[in-house]
Each structure stands twice: as structure tokens, then as C-alpha cells.
Design a protein around this ligand. Structure first.
Ligand code: AMP
Length: 297
């Protein structure tokens, strides 16, 4: 397995394969690899050459986010990629990606203005910029993104379409623990009590799908149910007994629990087209996101 730290060396490797007519599948990551990342690698292996990247991109983290403590187990990550059958890994340094004087950014598409775009100002600008830079260094035929980061996948699809990047973007299903928790590099921050409460995200998404399948299509009703499950009744009634407050499992903060159009993430009053339910919230000090597609029934 080749390991490149310079964009030029990575591009030479990938361009050589492409010019021989081979398909190249690319999986960009921030490392701390788990089975979710490795499922993207499995999909990329359907191409003739599979390439991954590991780069903790500073421009997509806000000033009070977890950039400094983000896990970086590089040796273990390289071993996992090698065992999975990846041909090359691009592991640039911060200086290689953002050399002195760097000042060009990609304006994210409109689909990035809602949800995460509101909660994490500047996040998608960092994502679109780094993904375009990664695709310049690794001009793959196909690139694989997790639907776990649903809006990110849609933002990248739109950017690649808008800017004529010649890479096909493929969204891959979310990999979960057996109890439903979506795998995330940030799960390692959770205490055992946090982890128990983190299950609320996938449980709430399963419940909303069940309610939808049982016939409820009004998104205001469904969203209210989601919010009540995630925050408990404490928002609505302040006279709950102390005892009840202690036993009720809730998130510590909810950024959003929304049902929007799956295609363009615009709000829906009724689920009359393919939709997606998305949740973002904080448990302890950890911000988690999850989502579930609601296909037409
Ligand atoms: P990250 O390292 O968090 O930037 O993620 C790299 C890629 O892996 C992104 O396309 C993510 O959407 C994807 N990913 C992260 N977690 C999962 C998961 N549980 N299942 C599938 N893909 C995932």
C-alpha cells in the first residue's frame, strides 16, 4: 500500500491508473477508522483501484469544536486500510493542504444553508473546500460518502455537479451497532450513561418511521413527537418530580429534529415525496447526528 503526503504524488499515482483506463474509487476520511469507514472502502473496492485519505481538516471545525481532541490513531488506521485492500492512502499534513498564503475557498451550495449550515457556521465551507482539494489530488472516477452525514453527502453531490468535477459521488448506507447506534469516531467520547442516552437518536428515528408507516404524514406532528422523545416532557412542564427527571432519558440539548425533502432538504408540511428525518443534539460534551430516510409508502 502506497502512502502519499503530497497532493502531487497522490495525483501522479491516480492519474497513471486513470490513463490506463482503470476506475479509481476514493474514500475521504478524517481517520479514527471504524466499520462505517470500512464499509465505504468495501464499496470503493468495486473499482479497480481503491484509494483513501486521512486528514483532520481544520477549516471545517468551529472555534469551540473538538479539533484539538479529535482522535488521530494513524498507525492503526493505516493497518486497517492495508488489511481492507486499499492500494494507496493520501495523508497530507496541514501545511501541505493549507500552505502559507492560502486564501481560496469553495462557497457551499444552497443545500448547505439549512440544518448543519445554521448550527455550524462555516462548516460546509470547510467541507466543500477540502473535498474539492482532495478530489484535485485524487481525481477518482468514483468517491464514496456516508449517508450518516446526510447533508454533507448532498452538499458534495451538488458541489461536484455545479463545478463540473468529473467524479461520480456515491452515497452509502449508515453502519450501526447491533442496538442501532450509528458508528461515529465521536462515540468514543461517550461515557456509559451518555452511550445509553445516545440510543435515543436511532430509537426516535425508528419511531418516526413507524408512525409515518402507520399513516401519519403531517411533519409538524411527527417533528413534535421526535422533540418530545428527545427532550422528554421537561420543556413542556416544569413541575415534574425530581425523581422523574432523573429516570427520564433525554439529550442535553437538541439542535434540530426535522423532516425535510430527501432530494433538496427543503421543509415539507406533509410527506408527499421521499423525505429524510434528521436529528442533531448534544449528550454530555459530545454532539451527535443521525438520520433515517422515509421512502414513500
Ligand atoms: P469522517 O471520518 O467522520 O469525516 O467520515 C468519513 C466518511 O465516512 C464520511 O463520508 C462519513 O459520512 C462516513 N461515515 C462516518 N460514519 C459512518 C457510518 N456509521 N456509516 C457509514 N458511513 C459513515
Amino acid at each position: 500500500m502506497e502512502v502519499f503526503d503530497s497532493p502531487d504524488a497522490a495525483r501522479q499515482f491516480v492519474s497513471a491508473s486513470r490513463s490506463q483506463g482503470r476506475t479509481v474509487g476514493f474514500v475521504p476520511t478524517m481517520g479514527a477508522l471504524h466499520e462505517g469507514h470500512l464499509s465505504l472502502v468495501q464499496s470503493a473496492l468495486s473499482c479497480e483501484v481503491a484509494v483513501a485519505s486521512i486528514f483532520v481538516n481544520p477549516t471545517q471545525f468551529g472555534p469551540s469544536e473538538d479539533l484539538d481532541k479529535y482522535p488521530r490513531p494513524l498507525t492503526a488506521d493505516l493497518e486497517k486500510l492495508k488489511a481492507a485492500g486499499v492500494s494507496a492512502v493520501f495523508v497530507p499534513t496541514k501545511e501541505k493542504m493549507y500552505p502559507e498564503g492560502f486564501s481560496s475557498y469553495v462557497e457551499p451550495p444552497q443545500i448547505g444553508e439549512t440544518l448543519e449550515g445554521i448550527c455550524r457556521p462555516g462548516h460546509f465551507r470547510g467541507v466543500t473546500t477540502v473535498v474539492l482539494k482532495l478530489l484535485q489530488a485524487v481525481p477518482a472516477s468514483h468517491a464514496y460518502f456516508g449517508k450518516k452525514d446526510y447533508q454533507q453527502w448532498r452538499v458534495i453531490e451538488a458541489m461536484v455537479r455545479d463545478l463540473n468535477v468529473g467524479t461520480e459521488i456515491i452515497g452509502c448506507e449508515t453502519v450501526r451497532e447491533s442496538d442501532g447506534l450509528a458508528l461515529s469516531s465521536r462515540n468514543r467520547y461517550l461515557t456509559s450513561d451518555d452511550r445509553d442516552r445516545a440510543l435515543l437518536l436511532s430509537e426516535t428515528l425508528r419511531n418516526v418511521e413507524a408512525a409515518y408507516r402507520a399513516g401519519e404524514k403531517r411533519t409538524d406532528i411527527l417533528q413534535k413527537e421526535m422533540q418530545e422523545t428527545l427532550l422528554g416532557q421537561q420543556q413542556a412542564s416544569t413541575d415534574l418530580s425530581h425523581e422523574k427527571m432523573q429516570v427520564e432519558r433525554t439529550l442535553d440539548a437538541l439542535d434540530y429534529a426535522a423532516i425535510v425533502s430527501a432530494e433538496d432538504l427543503t421543509p415539507l408540511t406533509s410527506i408527499d415525496r421521499p423525505a429524510v428525518a434528521l436529528i442533531a443534539g448534544t449528550i454530555g460534551t459530545t454532539r451527535l447526528i443521525d438520520n433515517r430516510e422515509l421512502r414513500l409508502v
